[in-house]
Write a protein that binds this ligand. Structure first.
Ligand code: GDP
Ligand code: GDP
Length: 437
């Protein structure tokens, strides 16, 4: 299960400074890999061997200078629903404010682990100021004075935060079973697709409601193979939240996305690929998920022999460098290609777990590299000596060379393209890293 830490609090208490501290180390690693898009409010972190995601909820609340009560309520409610742990940040310099009290009121009902974080406790005097926040009567026994600016106190906080994550050791009965999920805007046809695929079975008693939300994880079989399909279709209907803001789309999809192996992004053929779909796709890429696009309502499109290609070209253009994402055209209504779509998802799952033997990698790629070596930099000749796939969960390839720091991103793209031509990684983010040899 994904561990998600949400940072909440009024503006200017230092949420984004804290966020940046938490993801700092991981960011440095991610920056060394190709194909990673940055997000200022959402990222990955690690402490004491535990991995988690961090979301700066405040970063998504934009618009006016003033945060209205309604906004606070939304921000907090989503954090409570979606997060594993909540960090409620307050400011020692300003002391307790009315807006803090408003937040506290909203947070009081949660059964999620909540930490009171008193930021800007830069020195002992300021640390004492933190005591004022005991008046809010929130949090796990004590208040954590920290200084996001200097980093002090953050280690102590994280030591306790990671204690709240569920034990990893527990036996997962679904270990090794592909986890697929269907995400997409309201009304694209998620429910219809699931009903067409699974029929009445969908509502039978094996359905097991998620603990914190209404996504349903159900185990199915297709051609004798088991898979788990997460059905998020009911969420909107129940919550009645209009999911047209970046924050909501991110928060609502995050946990499902992080718990999936393959994310099927469903798009409405009559609307094409929209900004929110692209957001979802970049989030999936960032999380190293298998991805495919399923264009639904194909029955509504008037077609000739070129229509599908035109659609594909248009979408591929919007996807920029990510041309490796497969696109399939279906109709939940007429059931056109719905089983092929699931087969494609399973194929993406297989690709994601593909391990290419070192000998084969070198045999195929070294001649290509010899033909087009990395351009010399500052008069220095760059030589790639050998390549190996790292034993990671997602495909990462290490290229060993004399001057790794001199290789530029266009060449990395060249290598990625050669990798994809020679080995099937359709639907899978592929990462490249350089190591000195
Ligand atoms: P946010 O609106 O809650 O995300 O707050 P920011 O992270 O943007 O920080 C607001 C201001 O507080 C900025 O000017 C930061 O430099 C400052 N700040 C953040 N953390 C600290 C801290 O630990 N100590 C001090 N003295 N200032 C801080
Ligand atoms: P969800 O909100 O993503 O679960 O979308 P629904 O499954 O509730 O579908 C929204 C609307 O689109 C409903 O009126 C469906 O009948 C319609 N719809 C779904 N799939 C198709 C399709 O393939 N073709 C057509 N013409 N309509 C569809």
């Amino acid at each position: 299960m994904a561990n998600i830490v949400a940072i909440v609090g009024r503006p200017n208490v230092g949420k984004s400074t804290l966020f940046n501290r938490l993801i700092e180390e991981r960011k440095a690693i991610e920056d060394n890999l190709s194909g990673v898009t940055r997000d200022r409010h959402y990222g990955h972190a690690q402490w004491g061997g535990r991995f988690f995601s961090v979301i700066d909820t405040g970063g998504y609340v934009t618009g006016s200078d003033e945060i209205f009560e309604k906004e606070i309520r939304k921000q907090v409610r989503l954090a409570i629903e979606e997060a594993s742990v909540i960090l409620f940040v307050v400011d020692c310099l300003d002391g307790l404010t009315d807006l803090d009290t408003e937040f506290a009121k909203e947070l009081r009902g949660t059964d999620k682990p909540l930490f009171m974080v008193a930021n800007k406790a830069d020195n002992l005097d300021k640390m004492l100021m933190a005591n004022e926040f005991y008046a809010l009567g929130l949090g796990e026994e004590k208040i954590f004075p920290i200084s996001s600016a200097s980093g002090s106190g953050i280690g102590d906080l994280l030591d306790e935060v990671i204690q709240k994550f569920p034990d990893e050791g527990e036996e997962d009965p679904d270990e090794g079973v592909p986890k697929l999920s269907i995400l997409g805007r309201p009304n694209v046809g998620k429910s219809s697709f699931l009903n067409a695929l699974i029929g009445k079975e969908r509502s039978i008693v094996t359905d097991e409601a998620g603990t914190t939300r209404d996504a349903i994880h159900t185990r199915y079989q297709l051609y004798g193979k088991d898979y788990i399909l997460t059905d998020t279709a009911g969420i909107r209907k129940k919550a009645k939240v209009k999911e047209d803001i970046e924050f909501y789309s991110v928060m609502r999809s995050l946990r499902t996305l992080e718990d999936s192996d393959v994310v099927i992004v469903m798009v409405d053929a009559t609307r094409g690929l929209e900004a929110q779909d692209v957001n979802l796709i970049s989030l999936a890429i960032k999380n190293n998920k298998g991805i495919m696009i399923m264009v639904n309502k194909w029955d509504l499109i008037e077609k000739d022999h070129k229509t599908m290609q035109t659609f594909k070209d248009d979408m591929t253009q919007k996807l920029g460098e990510n041309k490796w994402i497969p696109i399939i055209f279906i109709s939940a209504l007429t059931k056109q290609r719905i089983f092929q779509a699931m087969e494609l998802a399973m194929k993406v799952y297989e690709n994601k777990h593909r391990k290419v033997p070192t000998s084969k990698l070198n045999e195929r790629l070294l001649p290509e590299i010899e033909k087009y070596p990395p351009p010399a930099n500052k008069g220095k000749y760059i030589k790639i000596k050998y390549i190996t796939q790292l034993p990671t969960k997602n495909p990462v390839f290490a290229f060993f060379c004399n001057l790794p720091q001199y290789i530029k991103s266009p060449y990395t793209r060249f290598l990625e393209n050669r990798l994809r031509e020679n080995f099937d990684f359709e639907g899978v983010p592929v990462k490249i890293t350089y190591k000195k040899k």
